[in-house]
Design a protein around this ligand. Structure first.
Ligand SMILES: Nc1nc2c(ncn2[C@@H]2O[C@H](COP(=O)(O)OP(=O)(O)O)[C@@H](O)[C@H]2O)c(=O)[nH]1
Length: 495
């Protein structure tokens, strides 16, 4: 029997399906490995702690950032803030141990918040500002004793304590500027920077970059930075005694010169009346040379709530009469022409927020009307309208509003146009505006002088690229072997 030849068409589909399945598995495996291999590792965080020992109070800030990449802009974030109970550490001059004790509760909170395995490597800084600057001027041994007490307390915690020190006014201004611009991602991207206006209790700072300022005129106001490959020539000035609380002391002292027993203060509400001790008023180097001869123990501080008169008295604590530079702000201090946007924080924010004036598109004339009407409101009515607000703050918003307006417009020369460039801010992307973050970034070298090298493609771009290439490769294989499969499917086979 001759060999039986059977003509049969071979079915190509099983092989095609196998190839497609293998192809899909290869693509999925390739992309999965590529994605997993290059995926950021599960986030581990590092921490840093800064204590802001201000004139009115101390606050503890905890910052965190991803452990594997320290240098990326905007990656350091504030995760916790703890307000220390009681006054600022400079108020403990006569019983320094209490300054150390006052920090314990917030430090214990920090110990709970920072994971135990990170304690030893977590840097801890304490920076003191104008309250301690004043105490140090007045009584340096008392200021040393306060520092010894806080250092003793901080050493009892398992963190990497880097020391407690007084920041200069220039540092306070410059680090506030770094914080604001770092948080707004302006530094790494080399964008035009935002100026910083900080109103504390004992000093106030103004810092900005101006194309009219290269540091040659009044070099003491110049701070230079090289950050992410860009050079910055920053103008900064700190006015000691022109923080909100010390400015009010200056104002009261001024008025007691005319009426040592009872002052009728236009910056306080009608019906306001409070006994103030002279020793309390004159305990600061800002006012100590102005004490009236033969002053009684205390004077009666009453209010008349007259905004225009208040502005006049406020103006009298500034000196606008002399300037040896091309331009000055006040008290003979050089200031270049204002330029760009400004972020105004600390007491600027507290006060303008209370007065509902954080919107700077409100014309200055209207701003004055609002403050004027608040000042004219009788004290009893003010207390009735704001039962939840601390009485001390409530009493001071009239003065503080008038002071802020005068400082900005007469002191720093903001006009009705440039005023709209100010933004009153408390936080930026969840972190408080203030000098602490900039201070820590500087001390931990977390902002590089040069722009860091970045991979040619961002992570998402890399994943998309690998996926597209794998799919193209697969299609190419299918297309190039298509003829072969077609032939297989058409050629009769002899079995
Ligand atoms: N209205 C109001 N004022 C505040 C608050 N916290 C602090 N202040 C006042 O704002 C001013 C500045 O405070 P701060 O920025 O803490 O300054 P520092 O104490 O000198 O560092 C001081 O006169 C404080 O008394 C607040 O929550 N509300």
């Amino acid at each position: 029997m001759s060999a039986q030849r059977e003509m049969k068409e071979k079915n190509p589909w099983p092989v095609t399906i196998i190839i497609i399945v293998i192809g899909v598995i290869v693509i999925v495996a390739l992309v999965t490995v590529a994605v997993l291999q290059n995926m950021p590792l599960s986030q581990k965080y590092k921490y840093g702690i800064v204590l802001d020992a201000g004139s009115s109070h101390t606050a503890l800030y905890i910052y965190e950032w991803p452990a594997e990449k320290d240098n990326n802009t905007g990656r350091v974030q504030q995760t916790h803030v703890c307000k220390v109970q009681g006054p600022g550490i400079s108020s403990y001059a006569s019983e320094p141990w209490k300054a150390g004790e006052s920090l314990m509760a917030c430090m214990q909170e920090a110990q709970q918040r920072v994971p135990g395995k990170r304690h030893l490597e977590t840097p801890l800084y304490l920076g003191a500002t104008a309250g301690m600057r004043l105490l140090n001027m007045e009584n340096s041994s008392a200021s040393d004793a306060v520092f010894r007490a806080v250092e003793r307390s901080l050493h009892t915690f398992p963190f990497n304590f880097q020391g407690a020190r007084i920041l200069s006014g220039q540092e306070e201004g410059a680090f506030g500027w770094v914080t604001v611009n770092y948080l707004a991602d302006r530094l790494e991207q080399g964008l035009e920077t935002t100026g910083a206006l900080d109103l504390g209790g004992a000093s106030t700072q103004i810092s900005f970059v101006s194309s009219n300022y290269d540091g040659s005129e009044s070099p003491s106001n110049s701070v230079t930075f090289r950050l992410y490959g860009n050079n910055y020539n920053l103008y900064t000035n700190s006015f000691l005694c022109y923080g909100k609380d010390q400015a009010m002391k200056l104002l009261l002292a001024q008025q007691t010169l005319l009426a040592p027993k009872t002052i009728v203060d236009p910056c306080f509400h009608p019906g306001y009346s409070e006994a103030v001790s002279y020793s309390g008023l004159y305990d600061s180097p800002c006012v100590s040379n102005r004490k009236p001869q033969g002053a009684p123990e205390a004077f009666n501080h009453t209010g008349s709530g007259n905004f225009l008169q208040c502005q006049d008295v406020v103006k009298s604590i500034f000196n606008f009469t002399y300037c040896k530079y091309s331009h000055c702000s006040f008290n003979g201090v050089f200031q270049p022409l204002l330029q760009g946007h400004f972020g105004a924080f600390s007491a600027y924010y507290f006060v303008m927020d209370f007065l509902n004036l954080t919107d700077t598109s409100i014309p200055l004339t209207k701003v004055k009307e609002v403050i004027s009407s608040y000042c004219a409101t009788p004290w009893d009515e003010v207390k009735r309208q704001h039962p939840g607000v601390k009485v001390k703050y409530l009493a001071e918003y009239c003065f503080a509003g008038a002071y802020i307006l005068t400082l900005l417009t007469e002191g720093y020369n903001f006009t009705s146009d440039s005023y709209t460039q100010i933004e009153f801010i408390k936080k930026i992307k969840g972190s408080d505006a203030g000098w602490t973050l900039g201070y820590m970034l500087n001390l931990t070298n977390m902002i590089p002088a040069e722009a860091p090298d970045s991979p040619p493609l961002p992570y998402a771009g890399y994943v998309s690229f690998v996926t597209v290439m794998a799919v193209l490769l697969f299609v190419l294989v299918i297309v190039s072997t298509r003829r072969f499969w077609l032939r297989c499917s058409k050629r009769p086979q002899i079995v």
